[in-house]
Design a protein around this ligand. Structure first.
Ligand code: S3P
Length: 183
């Protein structure tokens, strides 16, 4: 993605179950800046859970809300951490918006890791199907190149515990904010 001038936000992207919400909270604590979860913002605006929005208004409606939210984040000059829903980067119009929102960090997880974490989850409408392992595998295969294209920084989360993931992100942000004289 083009490296145009970016806001000061930190944007966490990645598949469902990759740890965006948890990592957002930990980063917020470390950096002392607020954290927002875009699923939660949409749920508050709509007065219903994501699964209810999907069931009653449809996925396309939810996706429209995500785009509108990105438009407002990219137009504001905030310094916050945002955890995005796993499907947000999939719409082509969202990809440019995400890059304008801030530094984009991809929490990259393998399909097996995600399945292991989400096999008993009932809150993700896209995984309420007969073969969630296969759904995760096929969605991830399609999505991973898109996440990679949007990302400024990638953390492979499978082999790391949360503290290690946090350290890698903090090191990256620190290096970005304090470029050395080597260039
Ligand atoms: C979705 C991911 C969810 C939520 C919705 C759709 C997706 O967010 O936005 O269920 O398409 O991957 P999380 O990634 O926070 O679970």
């Amino acid at each position: 993605m083009s490296k145009k001038k970016k806001g000061e936000n930190v944007i966490l992207i990645g598949f469902m179950g990759s740890g965006k919400t948890t990592m957002g909270i930990r980063l917020s604590y470390k950096l002392q800046i607020p954290v927002e979860d875009t699923d939660k913002i949409i749920e508050t605006m709509e007065g219903m859970k994501t699964s209810e929005i999907f069931a009653e208004k449809g996925e396309a409606y939810f996706r429209k809300k995500e785009t509108q939210l990105l438009e407002s984040i990219s137009a504001s000059s905030s310094r916050k951490i945002y955890s995005l829903g796993g499907g947000t980067p999939m719409l082509p119009q969202n990809q440019g918006l995400i890059c304008k929102c801030g530094k984009v960090i991809y929490l990259r997880a393998k399909a097996e890791t995600i399945y292991d974490r989400l096999k008993n989850d009932t809150s993700r409408p896209l995984l309420q199907c007969e073969d969630p392992a296969e759904r995760i595998r096929s969605l991830l295969e399609m999505r991973d190149p898109i996440y990679m294209r949007c990302a400024d920084f990638v953390v492979e989360v499978d082999e790391c515990d949360q503290a290690e993931v946090l350290t890698k992100i903090l090191e990256y942000l620190n290096a970005e904010n304090n470029p050395t004289s080597e260039q």
